[in-house]
Design a protein around this ligand. Sequence first.
Ligand code: AMP
Ligand code: MG
Length: 267
Amino acid sequence: MKTEDYLVVPGSAISLADFKTDDTAGHKKSEALARLEELRADLNTLQQLLYADGRYGLLVILQGMDTSGKDGVCRHVVNAFNPQGVQITSFKVPTSEELAHDFLWRIHKAIPRRGMVGIFNRSQYEDVLVVRVENLVPEKVWRKRYGLINDFEGCLCDNGITVVKFFLHISNDEQKTRLQDRLDDPTEYWKFNLADLKTRAKWDAYTAAYEDALNKCSTKRAPWYIIPADKKWFRDLLISQILKEKLTALNLEWPPLAEEAVGITIE
Ligand code: AMP
Ligand code: MG
């Protein structure tokens, strides 16, 4: 599996219709689950190393239509890591205090410190997605935000935070099945939200807004990946593989023994 195949090449103009939602890169489920276990162990070691090394942080951004699996990925990624080194932030409709600040204020406060992994369940991108589709601010305000987001993410990279962004790509039919499950399965009733149907009715407008966000904000330093997400096991496999590559690329090192401890033997 080549993870570059899922990258939105910076400067390109992708159309989501050209990306399959049920791709499995030729993997079978049973073999993928076994591979996932190995990746989980690798990620666990890499995270410990990230923490010990302390020079870098990792920010994972999850976006996608309702039911695309953002919560599932949070669970999955956190399971691979030591919970002490991970912090998840879910961004909801902004509070009055958040709205009284610039749109990046609440985001910046949630950025992981070096050594930590931060997972964003929704993110600054809501401010060019729902905000754009629902006309929550004038166009001239949201149009400027693509550039502001790129500058902000560049600043994070300059300060040792690796940013990786996953768009969980599901089909309209898969969303229909998943929403229907929330009406049919008593253990899923609690997930049903009538507002999701209004959002579903605007599928095309959201798709267009996502395409702009992916095309304008996939940068070399903070790239977007389009993750085929109809099959949950493939979604988790691909994300785990990309995270392993990102952490490996940091060339993390176990810190040397403190100078004051050199030569000490415990009696
Ligand atoms: P959920 O992720 O299902 O808990 O839903 C969170 C809701 O908050 C979604 O409907 C998002 O679109 C909405 N939301 C998140 N960020 C913003 C934002 N900046 N402006 C407006 N709505 C937002
Ligand atoms: Mg929801």
